[in-house]
Write a protein that binds this ligand. Sequence first.
Ligand code: ATP
Length: 591
Amino acid sequence: MRFSELAEVMEKLEEITGRIEMTNILVKLFLETPPEIIDKVIYLLQGKLAPEYKGIELGIAEKMLIRSLSLSSGVPAKRLEELYKKYGDMGDVAYKIISSRRAATLLAFMGKTEEELSVEEVYNTLMKVAKATGPDSQSVKIRLIAGLFNKASPLEAKYLARIILGALRLGVADMTILDALAIAFAKTKDARPIVERAYNLTSDLGEIARIIAEKGVSALKEVRIQVGRPVRPMLAERLPTPEEILRKLGGVCAAEYKYDGERIQAHKKGDHVVLFSRKLEEISGHYPDAIEIVRRHVLAKEAIVEAEGVAVDPDTGEMLPFQELMHRRRKYGVKEAMEKYPVTLFFFDVLYVDGVDMTLKPYPERRAMLEKIIRVGDRARLATQKIVKSVEELEEFFELAISEGCEGLVCKSLSGNAIYQAGVRGFLWIKFKRSYQSKMIEPIDVVIVGAFHGRGRRAGTYGGLLVAVYDKEADMFRTVCKVGSGFKDDDLAKLPKMLEPYRIPHKHPRVDSKMEADVWFVPHFVIEIIGDEITVSPIHTAAMGRIKPGAGLAIRFPRFTGKYREDKGPEDATTVEELVEMYKAQLKKIG
Ligand code: ATP
């Protein structure tokens, strides 16, 4: 397959403004792609070479790309830097440079056809770039990339440059790809759950795509859970009162402390342990201390277990808030963070043990297995649990959880069909979080989709961000408010730089907004906000028409809580459904 075909699709995806159009373009592309390279096409479309968990990164900075482009075109690096300053996008620079080179070569070799780039060649070369190590790896990388530019057309060069720098900005989400795969190869929407289940177990879109394209949808049923491959996490729904929670769970449940830390999925094979985040990135490097805990305290040869990692103050034994652990995401913060606030693991589930897939067993069986394989110690604990049968018991246990520094409770179904629903937010787990003083019962997680320029004290940064919740049904982001309060000077200083890689010239096709932002972004960053209440609003598009015709739901007096949810992807933000439920709960509370 020619790389130019993929570059043209990328160009189209960048221009369109509708979500359905996006799916249609992908369906057509997938049907035209030879099945044996569909995985590569999908990774490249998402600006990657492999699924996140494999940790394969190109690691190319602008400087190095400029050197490659200079080597290929003969244009001095200094001139390229000037152009980069002028355009602000290496893709546009590459387009321009290769266009002028083309014009010159055409004059010199009239009639001679040039060699074409194939998708395989691009992919394989980029893989070599990612894997090059050793003292002269820099020059090897530069030469490999220059080789690609030598053969590229202007359009190909534009997208090559963006892929290499990790600045593709197309925002083609996993869910959109799953939809397109089901439509292209199963011809029916009914196949979507099968495709999704396979994805939930393997977390590798490329592999799923190859199986369905080569062998058909029935082959996806054979996909199994495997140690070393992250499983997409099971998630909790929320209900506002203990009465509703107990009713929903049949009058009895396992109430567990909801620890406020980072979710860690640990995969153990003998002495080898790998850790994955809630977003399925490999985070072993952030938690050498957690690896040691899993090695010593998980008594199974092979296992996949889940725990909440919580930073604990070694002097007081107190649990510290979630943000403490985010230091571990900074390259040089791990060692220091580990010494200052070592992590304690609170194990709460088991997905696999020595050849047995536990995800299909009911929760009580999983918890019994967890109790069997975890050797409890100071820093390896089981989530505190109580089987509760009454509202009073549930309330009392909730108070206890809060007083011990937890966020609230996760109430889990004890029924025979309470399996581990990978990748699903359902009512087998229901969270019950602490109430805040505002009428709004709890903070929400929102996605940054746009921004407004600041003035006065905020000149040079943003005066406000346009934020949205996730409409799962339509796979769209719908706005809920403009938020400008709660940002400290540090936050304001870093926002433009943090958001720059996601800036696009128009509203993203998956964003639904009536407001015109000054700047638009690919939905990517999740932050936590709280407001005074949820109100009906004609300008915001979340839950449009659900409560009142022609109006959506909005957050009144929103403020940033200080929590950047780096552990969440945009599809993990609060959903429209949750917002509607919160609005209804708020009405009940007032009434
Ligand atoms: P939140 O923003 O409330 O943490 P979330 O979207 O990350 O929500 P949910 O599934 O809604 O995830 O809530 C459960 C989360 O709470 C889990 O992802 C996990 O990180 C954390 N947690 C803490 N203690 C437990 C526990 N005992 N059982 C399950 N999850 C727990």
